[in-house]
Structure formats: C-alpha cells, structure tokens
Write a protein that binds this ligand. Structure first.
Ligand code: SF4
Length: 301
C-alpha cells in the first residue's frame, strides 16, 4: 500500500495510575537505596520491558527461599495482598513499602467491613488481586462467570450451603440468607457486572451490589468502541495479563483482524500492509513509552 495507515489509539489504553505509581515508586526507591536489597512480592506488572528495567536496577522477586534481612525492602504491588500475607512479610522485620492501589484498598475495606455478611466476589479466582481480597473475609465466594454465579445462587437458595467439590473451593455455609453483598475485581468486564445485577434481581436475592470496577478499567473498556470501524486492531499487553486478555477477547468478538502483542519486537511477525486503518489498545501493564513506540512503528508501515 502506498499510503500510511490511519492509526487510532483507544481512550484509556495503557498504564493506569495505580500501576504507574507502583513502578515509579519502586524505581525511585531503587535509585536512592544505599544498603540492602529490594524485593518485589510478585511481579509489579505483567510486562517484559518493565520487568527488565526493574531487574537492571537490582530489584528482584521475593521467593520462598529468599533470605531477607533487616536492611532490605519489600514492595507490595498495586494488586494488594491479604492480611495473612502482610503478617507473613512483617515477620522479616524489614521495611515494607505498600504500593497497593487505593482503589483495590477500597474493595478490601468494603469486604472487611462486611465480613459477617455473605459476600460474592466476581473475578478471576487465580488472579493475585482476588486472592488477596479473599483474605478479608471467611464468608466470601468467588464467581468467575455468569454460569457459576447462577449455579451458586441456585445451590444456596436450595440448600443453604455449598460444598467444595462443586467449584474446587472451601465449603461455604450461607445459611443466613439476607444481607448479602457483591463486589467485583477492579478490572472486571463491565458487561459481566450488568448481567450479574439482572440475575440477582431475577433470583430475588437480598443483595447490596458495589460496583468496584475502577474508572481506568471502565475507560479502557469503553474506549474499545472507538476502534470498531478499524480494519485491524492491535492489543498490547503481557501475555499473562488478565485485563489484556479481556480486551483481546472483547474485540475478537467484533473483529476479524486482531493481533495481541507484548512489545514492539512482536510486530515483526505481523503483516499490516493491507490495512487502511489500525486501532490500538493496551492493558494496564503497558507503559506509555511502549505504546508510543508501537504507535510510531505502525504509523510508518
Ligand atoms: S486497574 Fe484500577 S484498581 Fe487496578 S491498579 Fe489500576 S487503577 Fe488501581
């Protein structure tokens, strides 16, 4: 094609403020630290480039066998951790820098304040944010999709309790049928929450629903609409990033030509020559720098 393609970046694409602040703060500590090492309690973001930058500054991942001493620093990532994990880290007796995003902290507070109530948490069971949030209540149950939520409500309404063999989860006794609450992982699909609200109303569940999807996630998901008329869409983000996967799957339902890449080098394997308009979106783990570089590269094609 002779002309350069029109390239559009969707509103809300890339690093959210929570992740950006966690990365900035860790780099800042690494620059100023004179003694001791810096450990991350889990990857700050699912992004190779950011991981490389942090490693280059001497920041390392905390492992089971890491020997932490008093001069070291442990950084808690933006996704937060459970109170039990926090107590475990405090046993090391070193400085702990908490980079938990305040919006995840707000979800944790809602769950803790209602820990006597049956709580449904909509989200990915194996995601670190959800694992951390589950530590704030004994009465919490995670539902990953609408089918699980339906089965869960039906089982509770019929038997008053649910057993581990159904969803590979602890036995939950929700015999008290009122004062339920529902919260969501901060990066949940907005359509899932809307469908869950309708289901709860249909099942006449006495439940208080907290919309805890964060504004950055909503902006990112709504921003996809601006890409619907593009010939092709590039989704940028870590291949293990749950929110990037969600963006990719949402667009895949609407587009034939969609590509998921993590970094600029991944563009090499993609032929974009025949597209007149190309849309770009990016998950919360993609820095503005990576986004800018990829935009520049695609615009030249
Ligand atoms: S996605 Fe939202 S809740 Fe999660 S770190 Fe970013 S701003 Fe905070």
């Amino acid at each position: 094609m002779d002309e350069y393609p029109k390239v559009i970046i969707a509103p809300g694409a890339g690093f959210c403020r929570g992740v950006e602040k966690a990365v900035e703060k860790t780099l800042h500590i690494a620059k100023d630290k004179e003694n001791g090492r810096i450990f991350l309690d889990g990857e700050l973001v699912h992004n190779r480039e950011v991981g490389d930058r942090l490693r280059a500054q001497g920041v390392q991942l905390l492992k089971e066998n890491s020997e932490v001493c008093a001069a070291d620093t442990i950084v808690i990532r933006a996704h937060g951790i459970s109170p039990q994990r926090r107590s475990h880290l405090e046993h090391f007796g070193c400085e702990i820098v908490d980079c938990t995003c305040p919006l995840v902290g707000r979800i944790a507070k809602i769950i803790a304040d209602h820990s006597a109530n049956p709580t449904i948490l909509l989200g990915d069971r194996n995601h670190v944010e959800v694992e951390g949030l589950c530590g704030y209540s004994q009465n919490i149950y995670v539902c990953e999709n609408l089918t699980e939520l339906t089965q869960f409500i039906d089982a509770i309404q019929k038997n008053g309790q649910i057993h581990g063999d159904i969803f590979d989860h602890k036995c939950v006794n929700f015999s008290k049928m009122d004062d339920w609450i529902l919260v969501c992982q901060s990066t949940l699909d907005m359509n899932f929450l809307e469908a869950a609200k309708i289901l709860c109303a249909q099942k006449k569940l006495p439940i208080k629903i907290f919309d805890t999807i964060c504004e950055a996630t909503k902006r990112r998901q709504l921003g996809l609409r601006t890409l619907e008329n593009c010939d092709a869409v590039i989704v940028i983000g870590g291949f293990h990033s749950a929110n990037t996967k969600r963006l990719y799957e949402k667009m895949k339902r609407k587009m034939m030509s969609i590509f998921w890449i993590e970094n600029i080098s991944d563009l090499l394997g993609i032929n974009l020559n025949n597209y007149k308009s190309i849309g770009i979106t990016a998950g919360a783990s993609t820095s503005r720098e990576v986004l800018r570089k990829i935009y520049g590269e695609i615009s030249k094609k």
